[in-house]
Design a protein around this ligand. Structure first.
Ligand code: GTP
Length: 205
């Protein structure tokens, strides 16, 4: 069984929880609690392989035992960095996160263990209020070695599901996840880190 850890990162209110809930339940419910960070778990089959997926949803508000962005980046095998196409400041935040992920992977040295990063411009249904051009998203994705998606958690389940499935597939093949599977001591310390960082707050949907 492959364990894949994915962190959904981005500015406040960009739709991180909406994307996760859409993927896990197929529903868009409009409002989501954001007072604590949590990990959602899902078992899924990708290309005939069973995966244990953990999706980390951070808390934008100050909350008890909150993990730092660096800790989240070290924990995850793959990332969805989200911005809202109708909010330029969220794109600036997403840009800083992508750069930080890449700086930290350079710190971790080996290029082949580089993390998988998907850049998502959410709220495509609000394109009449667009503040971030599609080509700007594409440019950031190219610079940050990300795959790029523009979609709407509110309107389209299929695109959200395809994006997450592709991410899980790519992350499971990435050097980072493979390295963790090869080194049991690494997974032990990773498990310890998860407990330290996230305590017992885990959810299954
Ligand atoms: N129009 C539109 N609204 C969306 C979409 N996705 C999320 N929203 C709305 O955006 C708001 C924030 O969504 P959340 O999923 O709570 O965003 P978040 O990034 O998890 O928020 P924090 O945890 O507070 O940072 C909610 O009112 C959602 O209904 C979308 O695709 N289109």
């Amino acid at each position: 069984m492959n364990d894949i850890k994915v962190a959904i990162l981005g500015g406040e209110g960009v739709g991180k929880s909406a994307l996760i809930v859409r993927f896990l339940t197929r529903r868009f419910i409009g409002e989501y609690a954001s007072s604590s960070e949590c990990i959602y778990r899902k078992r899924m089959s990708v290309d005939g392989r069973q995966m244990n997926l953990e999706l980390y949803d951070p808390c934008s508000q100050p909350c008890e035992g909150k993990s730092t962005l660096n800790e989240q980046i070290h924990w995850a095998d793959g990332f969805v960095v989200v911005y809202d196409i109708s909010d330029r400041s969220s794109f600036i935040t997403a840009t800083a996160i992508v750069h930080l992920i890449r700086e930290l992977s350079l710190g971790a040295a080996k290029r082949e263990s580089e993390s998988v990063v998907f850049l998502v411009g959410n709220k495509q249904d609000l394109c009449h209020m667009r503040e971030v051009g599609k080509e700007e998203g594409q440019r950031l994705a190219t610079d940050g070695r990300c795959q790029f998606f523009e979609l709407s958690a509110a309107e389209c389940y299929q695109e959200v599901a395809l994006m997450f499935t592709k991410l899980v597939r790519n992350a499971s093949l990435s050097g980072k996840a493979k390295e963790r599977r090869r080194r049991p001591s690494g997974s032990k310390s990773m498990a310890k880190l998860i407990n330290n960082v996230f305590g017992k707050r885990r959810k299954s949907v």
